[in-house]
Ligand binder design. Structure first.
Ligand SMILES: [Zn+2]
Length: 361
């Protein structure tokens, strides 16, 4: 009986075997499919710091494939900056812009938005609200922006706002001269920087620069900082008397690394590991600002979007870490791929030069 039973069971075993094989094949197919999906989307945060000739344009791509463009460079130049941003979006495997964040309404940030809207669909526009400037040029730039903004959704950001970006989040630090009141929940935030007592204050410029949206984008343990063109005093107030920002892995030099920004008390308080200078050949890229960054004890590396001719160029980093050695019509960028453990890789699109940085120790 046992044998018969066993024999009787053989067809059943064959069925079980076939079922198991089918299940295994199905699971293999599912895992390959999921692998393709996750491979296409990536499980990392990608950031493209795009060279727009002394303007600003940064593309963030979340681990879930969402796209956030922060500033869109200049208008004109036969769609140059829109084409550069679109090339980065394509490189990331995306085909639309989910969020278009304009830090403020100066021509080197908002100027390129209408042209960008002409080459890629934009879903939601984020800004600080009404323009604060009324010169003819400022009004023209703002109205050009409003004309495309009305074709998508719109949200005004305020200091203290935050929104999810893939598995990470965007934390708004500043908007319209308002700053967050409490420190973010992050390593290094809540401390009292020793440099606050002796920190210098400077006169503001009363322009759109001071209205800039500044934010931290975090992804697991990785954190990046973009303060738009915020000025010296606001930078200082973000870390004094209490550090509200915390430790930063990648710091995009404030205001193109120009002289009225780069307050040493802020640059030191955020303990940056890598800094990226978004200046042009003759714009921003101030040697003093770069020297401040260079002197920060935690800094491991500095990269540039364009080579500066200021100060006879002696303060430039090595050519291999500069995206454009001269102003370019063709797209070039410094790309960061960040992982949740805080490690990240930086790559120069011009020459493929790449460096990896482990999690912060
Ligand atoms: Zn600017």
């Amino acid at each position: 009986m046992r044998f018969r039973g066993h024999q009787r069971n053989r067809p059943g075993s064959a069925v079980c075997y076939d079922t198991a094989m089918m299940f295994a094949r199905l699971m293999l197919a599912v895992s390959i499919f999921l692998g393709l999906i996750t491979g296409a989307l990536g499980q990392d945060l990608k950031i493209y710091f795009i060279d727009v000739d002394g303007g600003q344009a940064t593309l963030f791509v979340s681990d879930k494939g969402e796209t956030l463009v922060v500033d869109a460079g200049w208008a004109g130049h036969e769609n140059r900056d829109a084409r550069k941003i679109a090339a980065a979006v394509k490189d990331a495997g995306a085909s639309r812009i989910d969020w278009m964040l304009t830090t403020h309404y100066h021509a080197d940030h908002v100027g390129g938005v209408p042209q960008l809207a002409g080459v890629l669909p934009i879903r939601t526009f984020l800004d600080h609200g009404e323009s604060s400037e009324n010169s003819p040029n400022a009004v023209k730039a703002y109205e050009g922006y409003l004309a495309v903004r009305e074709k998508g959704a719109h949200k005004v950001l305020k200091a203290g706002d935050q929104f999810a970006f893939g598995s990470g989040a965007v934390h708004v630090l500043s908007a319209r001269k308002e700053l967050i009141a409490k420190p973010l929940k992050a390593p290094g935030a809540g401390t009292k920087p020793s440099g606050c007592a002796a920190a210098e204050t400077r006169k503001g410029d009363g322009s759109e620069n001071e209205m800039s949206i500044g934010f931290v984008l975090d992804f697991g343990r990785f954190r990046a900082l973009d303060l738009g063109d915020l000025l010296w005093n606001e930078e200082g107030a973000l870390v004094c008397p209490v550090n509200k920002i915390g430790d930063i892995d990648v710091y995009l030099t404030t205001h193109h690394g120009s002289k009225p920004s780069g307050n040493p008390v802020m640059v030191n308080a955020i303990r940056p590991r890598v800094a990226i200078m978004n200046g042009g050949a003759k714009k921003g890229g101030d040697p003093g600002h770069w020297n401040t960054v260079k002197a920060v004890p935690t800094i491991e590396d500095r990269w540039q979007l364009q080579k500066s001719v200021l100060d006879e160029g002696v303060h430039n980093v090595a050519d291999e870490k500069i995206a454009s050695l001269t102003p370019q019509v063709e797209p070039s960028w410094i790309k960061v791929v960040a992982r949740k453990d805080g490690s990240f890789t930086v790559t120069n699109s011009r020459n493929g030069f790449t460096k990896s940085y482990g999690p912060r120790r």
